[in-house]
Each structure stands twice: as structure tokens, then as C-alpha cells.
Design a protein around this ligand. Structure first.
Ligand code: NAD
Length: 360
């Protein structure tokens, strides 16, 4: 059956970068036999303007009916001062919650041609390829009780609850082990089991799940050590599995090892394999409409969509190889430009990736 993909360009540079992914999709459909049907929807500020809400019912219905959603980015100064419930980012949080996207996959991959863009020495990060699997709908960000209360002595106290059930840990662990099976076969589970009981349970459950994956090597690491190791010797990691809070911090840290926000994709998966795919950057209003935004994070998000939700692994690999090839050929958008390289615009970069796909 033809699978559906919902495309949500969003705001700012969203439409420009998503247009490049649509060109690649058109090529895959017309010339490579990819069997998908594409629909479009509104999310974020553009939806507020057109429909009065950041996540219109029609968009949510289409998303639920799709195998995967490809998102550009949402938000911008135009909507920063409107009522909080109508802000573009609320639409993003709402669609993630409605689709049950509990697993966030964030690769930190350094293309060798961009080694100079990292803040670390080239030899420490060259060929870096880490996948962070972050639990996205549980843990301390959602735990109850939470709030700010006034104590008997009159001072205020803020409190949150770190809570994880066995089933929540088990399902995210399975995602990490499955992903590792398609990579180097190593999972490092990051916790703070020496201090936090919730992550003591995390460690136990992850160890139990590992018994069902005899080919995957499991290591446990405390989060403080993991942060240190990520900047000391990041290439030791294959898949990092961790909680919502630790993953939030470590995935930003890891992504910056690669030096460029315009290069990094992400996937958020539901239990049925459907998912939402988006670059990690925002809508970059400062450069919107100028044809200078880097579309590669979006094209790599499309590659993840093909790999994880459509299981078109070969086409996913080919997109990654095509991106690598245009970088090898010296093409750079402004954000990753360096001396001796050819500076190209958003459209030209998209066309170059399609050409690399056609002439592989
Ligand atoms: P941002 O990621 O949009 O931009 C940060 C800087 O990186 C800017 O200088 C921008 O020009 C640059 N940049 C980002 N993506 C780029 C690309 N593809 N190519 C070249 N340069 C790129 O973050 P911000 O400025 O803090 O946020 C802008 C808006 O985006 C805000 O409204 C924010 O709420 C929203 N936002 C949305 C998402 C999302 O949709 N998932 C994520 C983060 C921020």
C-alpha cells in the first residue's frame, strides 16, 4: 500500500529548506520508484496566521494518517508576543504529544570535510558518528508532583519528580538496541544509578532488555562521566541511550562537536514505527528568504525518514552518500563556508545533492 508522508514546511527558512527535500523526494518517486504519496499541512506561525491556531485539526488528522512527517522549523519574532497557548512552539509540542513520539534519535555525525568546523581538534572528532537515543515523553520533564510551594518558614521551594516505569524504560531501550543493530552494535546506557533510584531501575531494566539482544554490547556509564568522555574521546560511542533530561543536555553537547547546526537531522519515533523528522535547528528568521540557509540537515532528516519509518535503507544510504559527495566536491552553504570552497545557495545545494544521487 502506498505510504503517506506529511510535509510541514513551517516558518522562516522552513519552506526554503523543505523545498529541497521535496525536490529529492520527487526524484526518488519519479526516477527511483519510491511509492509514497505526499500531503502538505500547516504547523506553527503560518498555521496561526491561516487558521488561528498553531496545530490545526486538519494537520493533526493528516499527521495521524501518515507513515511519517517531515518538518522544517517553526517560530519567529512575528509570533513571540502573542498569547502563550497560540505560540508556534506550542503546536510543535502538541503534535509530538498527540503522535506519541517517545523516542528521539539525534545523530552527531561529522563529515570529514567539515572537521575544521568543530571546536575540538580534528583528530578527536574526524569520522565521528554517534547516535543519541533520548527518552522524550517521560522522566523529570513530565513527572508529578511538580511545582513551586511555600514552606512553613515562608520561603518558596521548587520541586519536580523524576519518575520512570519499567514499560517506559523497556520501550526506549528496545529502540536503542534495534538502532545499534543497524550500526556498530554497541549501546552505552547513561544514568545516575549511584544517586537516583529512578535510574537504578533504568539500569536494571536496560540490562534485562539487553539479554534479548545477544549480539549487542551493552555498557553503563554515569552521566557526569559521559559528559566528560564526549569531549575527551567521543569516538568511543556508537549509540548512547539515556533519559529525557540527560538526553536533552548530552545531545546538544554531542551535536556541537560537529560544529554546524545546519547539518544535523533528528527523528522522533512512535511505537508503531511512524515518526516525525526535522532538522535540529530553528526557523532562522535572520536569514529567511535569502536563499542562503543550509538545507543539508533537512535532507539528512529525509534520509532518517526513509531509514526508520519507510525502511528504504538503500535510498537513505544514498542520500547520505550524496551529501558527503557534494561536500567532497567543495560545495558549501554560507554557514559552513571556508577558504577555497565554493559558496552556494540553498537551491543550488539541493540541486547538487540530486545531481550526486543521479550520477552515483
Ligand atoms: P535557530 O536555530 O533558528 O538559529 C540560530 C542561528 O543558526 C541563527 O544565526 C541562524 O541563522 C543559524 N541557522 C540555523 N539554521 C540554519 C541553517 N539551516 N543554515 C544556516 N544557518 C542556520 O535558533 P534561534 O534563532 O534561537 O530561533 C529562531 C526561531 O526558531 C525561534 O522562534 C525559535 O523559537 C524557533 N525554534 C524552532 C525550533 C523547531 O522548530 N524545532 C527549534 C529551535 C528554535
Amino acid at each position: 500500500m502506498t505510504k503517506k508522508i506529511l510535509i510541514l514546511p513551517g516558518d522562516g527558512i522552513g519552506p526554503e529548506i523543505v523545498a529541497q527535500a521535496e525536490k529529492v523526494l520527487a526524484y526518488l518517486i519519479n526516477e527511483r520508484g519510491l511509492d509514497v504519496a505526499i500531503e502538505h499541512g500547516l504547523l506553527g506561525g503560518c498555521a496561526v496566521d491561516a487558521a488561528g491556531v498553531p496545530l490545526p485539526d486538519d494537520t493533526l488528522a493528516k499527521a495521524k494518517d501518515s507513515a511519517a512527517v517531515l518538518l522544517g522549523a517553526v517560530g519567529g519574532p512575528k509570533w513571540e508576543s502573542i498569547e502563550r497557548a497560540l505560540r508556534p512552539e506550542r503546536g510543535l509540542l502538541a503534535i509530538r504529544a498527540h503522535l506519541g513520539l517517545f523516542a528521539n534519535l539525534r545523530p552527531a555525525v561529522l563529515f570529514p570535510e567539515l572537521a575544521a568546523a568543530s571546536s575540538l581538534k580534528a583528530e578527536v572528532v574526524s569520522n565521528l558518528d554517534i547516535m543519541i537515543v533520548r527518552e522524550l515523553t517521560g522522566g523529570i520533564y513530565f513527572g508529578e508532583p511538580r511545582g513551586i510551594r511555600t514552606l512553613d518558614d515562608g520561603q518558596r521551594q521548587g520541586f519536580n519528580t523524576l519518575v520512570y516505569s519499567e514499560s517506559e524504560i523497556e520501550r526506549i531501550a528496545r529502540i536503542a538496541f534495534d538502532v545499534a543493530g543497524k550500526r556498530q552494535g554497541r549501546v552505552c546506557s547513561v544514568d545516575k544509578a549511584n544517586v537516583l533510584e529512578a535510574t537504578e531501575l533504568w539500569r536494571e531494566v536496560v540490562s534485562d532488555v539487553a539479554k534479548g539482544y545477544p549480539d549487542i554490547e551493552l555498557q553503563h556509564m554515569y552521566v557526569d562521566n559521559a559528559a566528560m568522555q564526549l569531549v575527551r574521546a567521543p569516538k568511543q560511542f556508537d549509540v548512547i541511550l539515556t533519559t529525557n533530561l540527560f538526553g536533552d543536555i548530552l545531545s546538544d553537547l554531542a551535536s556541537m562537536l560537529t560544529g554546524s547546526i545546519g547539518m544535523l537531522p533528528s527523528a522522533s519515533l512512535a511505537s508503531d514505527g511512524s515518526g516525525m523528522y526535522e532538522p535540529i535547528h530553528g526557523s532562522a528568521p535572520d536569514i529567511a528568504g535569502q536563499d542562503i540557509a543550509n538545507p543539508l540537515a533537512t535532507l539528512l532528516s529525509l534520509s532518517m525518514l526513509l531509514r526508520y519509518s519507510l525502511v528504504e535503507v538503500k535510498l537513505a544510504d544514498e542520500i547520505e552518500q550524496a551529501v558527503s559527495r557534494v561536500l567532497k566536491e567543495g560545495l558549501r552553504t554560507k554557514d559552513i563556508h571556508s577558504a577555497g570552497m565554493k559558496c552556494v545557495g540553498t537551491n543550488e545545494m539541493g540541486d547538487a545533492v540530486i545531481k550526486a544521487l543521479q550520477t552515483k
